[in-house]
Design a protein around this ligand. Structure first.
Ligand code: GRG
Ligand code: ZN
Length: 324
């Protein structure tokens, strides 16, 4: 006789709040020091999760603002931790934290915009830092920062769109640079960058929607590209892309919800990449934001373009660039 499929536990909000709070106090753990370069991004992931679950006050606001500000460099960019080199990715996370805490007035935002603009190449692409790596991730990041700060005028948006379109493949997806294989993470970046740029008409929604919904595997989870393992974070990269192109209904929501919920640690909180693995704050955030897109009860609505609660994007007066 085959075993009955188990009903997964509900979302463990209290445990996840405790888990996120505990990350700040684990300073005796080797892991804490090894992840130093991810601290600013980690604060964004943790704070965003808390806000989605309506527990924004579970972390000390003033300490966070002070810490984030201390990661900013003279050139306007932010490092991943105090004294670390600036990078456009940490700059977005820092900004997202300050926007969430309604504390943008703690920094010189013009300096941030100048830093981002200084990273654009003549072909429209963006470098991530002074070392010069180019990737579609950095186009999304630059557009997201400039949009959140209402300074899209500071960069060449049309050139950036032109370059992103060079990264589009015959399967409707996008890679990290021209000629590179389609990957859901890069699709998230390109689709939402095009949404911010007002250039979504370049996307073949049915072709891309088909590729994205084929990412769902038997157990309900989503993978990032064909033949790869399912992973909770693709509940964000894939689902948010589907939401932006208005094809969210093309995946089985109940099965994906069950997959995310069964990846929770029911003792110590947090969500892992797949059932039974070690949890981390990255997968906790993208599990919860994924559940929000799936309309899981009790969670705030998330904006698929910015990966921040919808009420924040609305309160900034930014337009909704999706149909959720
Ligand atoms: C504000 C949400 C937000 C993001 C900022 C940094 C960034 C912009 C987006 C990253 C997009 C991306 C590339 C996500 C994928 C991350 C990931 C799980 C990569 C793993 O890739 P592989 O090839 O794994 O190691 P697979 O699953 O293909 O085996
Ligand atoms: Zn993952």
């Amino acid at each position: 006789m085959s075993a009955e499929p188990q009903t997964p536990a509900k979302l463990q909000v209290d445990l996840h709040v405790k888990y996120i709070q505990s990350l700040n106090t684990k300073q005796d753990d080797l892991e804490y020091w090894l992840s130093e370069h991810l601290r600013v991004q980690g604060i964004y992931w943790g704070l965003n999760t808390l806000d989605m679950m309506d527990h924004l006050d579970a972390l000390p606001r003033d300490d966070l603002i002070k810490y984030i500000c201390s990661c900013q460099h003279e050139n306007g960019g932010f490092g991943g931790h105090i004294g670390h080199d600036p990078h456009i990715q940490n700059t977005l996370s820092a900004l997202q934290v300050l926007v969430t805490l309604n504390a943008l007035d703690s920094i010189d935002t013009d300096k941030v915009v100048r830093y981002v603009a200084s990273k654009q190449n003549d072909d429209g692409s963006f470098r991530g830092d002074d070392w010069g790596e180019v990737d579609t991730r950095f186009c999304y990041i630059a557009l997201s920062i400039c949009s959140l700060l209402k300074r899209l005028d500071a960069i060449n948006v049309d050139k950036c769109v032109e370059w992103i379109l060079k990264c589009r493949n015959y399967d409707g997806g996008f890679g990290n640079q021209p000629g590179a294989e389609s990957h859901s993470g890069q699709i998230f970046c390109c689709v939402n960058a095009l949404a911010i740029a007002g250039a979504l008409h370049h996307v073949d929604r049915d072709l891309l929607g088909w590729w994205l919904c084929e990412r769902q595997v038997k157990n309900g989870g989503l993978n990032g590209r064909p033949e790869k393992l399912e992973d909770v974070c693709y509940s964000w990269w894939v689902l948010s892309s589907l939401a932006t192109i208005d094809r969210l209904q093309w995946i089985n929501a109940d099965k994906l919800t069950a997959f995310i919920l069964s990846s929770q640690d029911l003792e110590d909180g947090g969500i892992s990449d797949r059932p039974g693995d070690m949890v981390d704050v990255f997968h906790t955030n993208f599990g919860v934001t994924g559940l929000s897109l799936l309309k899981y009860p009790g969670l705030k609505a998330v904006d698929p373009v910015y990966c921040m609660p919808q009420y924040i994007i609305d309160s900034l007066g930014l337009p909704r660039l999706h149909q959720c």
